[in-house]
Design a binder for this molecule. Structure first.
Ligand code: BMA
Length: 322
């Protein structure tokens, strides 16, 4: 079954960022993190560079863009973050959270000995201090914007291969830290079995926003169907990724108090799929609550473009509690 986006979602009539907007080598522009920092909107985006025409990819960097309205973006002249050495292959899928006036960036790191989740902090997007790199295999980390019960909190998606039936079946967890470096006291938050539109994995999306009713946060929900054939650049692509939405308890954010019964966002616009590397993929990474109650949600579409949708915060909360 192919789902559509929820009626509460309003999409723009084009992506907010594509390779055409980037003044250096760029191809797939997607899975961005977004924050309001230093009086403007900031975006860090994944750039899998190479050739769009030849469907060839050469590497990955993280680019930087600023905006005054969160819609028109000014991409900076060079990438802002890259990790590459004998052990580390690349860093990607950044997410941003502002905590106590500093901007933290979570990211995934492919290494020769496993997949790690990183956290760095920056004040200017020029210098980043890497504060922690998890043990493998864990990624899709996102930070809450404040300490809860005296601890920094992060959602994450470890990848247990032995204990979940010898196939992908990855759930959303959370861990706590006194200092952003040492993480523990881990708890299971959202299981694949809890989500009717997932059979493969559920993982964190954008960093949560605080509302009166709870922490509102997106997640990615993945359906795998082995009967799927070609659906993008590769010979086969057997998955669909949707954005779901849930509400977590304000004091104990490991407790899910509401969840959308159907996907919040699906790829239903032509511009989200044209030339798609992997079609039918929605990967949310940024969510901002405006003073008017508008929520801006930023997501990668088909691993190719960065897109934005908006919704009213009360409609989103109602969707979780329905
Ligand atoms: C996940 C990550 C994401 C990507 C998604 C769909 O495993 O690699 O970066 O958007 O797959 O390809």
């Amino acid at each position: 079954m192919i789902y559509r986006s929820s009626p509460v979602i309003k999409k723009l009539d084009k992506p907010v960022l594509t390779y055409r907007d980037v003044p250096y080598k760029a191809a797939l522009i997607f899975n961005a993190g977004v924050a309001k920092f230093g009086g403007r909107y900031v975006m860090v985006f994944r750039n899998d560079y190479g050739s769009m025409e030849e469907h060839k990819l050469e590497g990955t960097s993280i680019g930087l863009a600023f905006s005054d309205d969160g819609i028109k973006w000014d991409v900076q002249p060079k990438p802002c973050f890259e990790m590459h050495d004998d052990e580390i292959c690349r860093a990607y899928d950044p997410r941003l959270t502002v905590i106590d006036g500093r901007c933290y960036m979570c990211f995934a790191v492919d290494t020769r000995h496993g997949l790690r989740g990183g956290i760095a902090v920056t004040d200017d997007f020029e210098k980043f201090d890497v504060l922690s790199l998890s043990a493998p295999d864990n990624r899709n980390m996102v930070l809450f914007p404040e300490k809860i019960g005296g601890y920094y909190c992060r959602l994450e998606r470890p990848m247990p291969v032995y204990s979940r039936g010898g196939r992908d079946r990855f759930d959303t967890w959370m861990s706590f830290s006194p200092d952003m470096r040492f993480w523990g006291d881990s708890k299971l938050v959202l299981k694949v079995e809890d989500v009717s539109f997932a059979n493969d994995k559920v993982g964190p999306g954008a960093p949560p926003i605080k509302t009166e009713k709870g922490w509102l946060t997106t997640f990615h929900a993945v359906v795998r169907d082995d009967s799927f054939g070609k659906n993008g650049w590769e010979a086969t692509w057997k998955k669909q990724y949707y954005a779901g939405l849930m509400l977590l308890d304000l004091e104990d954010p490991s407790k899910v108090i509401g969840i959308s019964k159907e996907p919040l966002i699906a790829t239903d616009q032509a511009y989200e799929r044209e030339n798609g590397f992997r079609c039918d993929v929605i990967f949310p990474g940024g969510m901002l609550l405006e003073p008017s109650g508008e929520v801006k949600i930023y997501y990668g579409a088909s691993d190719t473009y960065e897109c934005m949708a908006s919704a009213d915060v009360n409609d989103l909360i109602a969707l979780c509690l329905k």
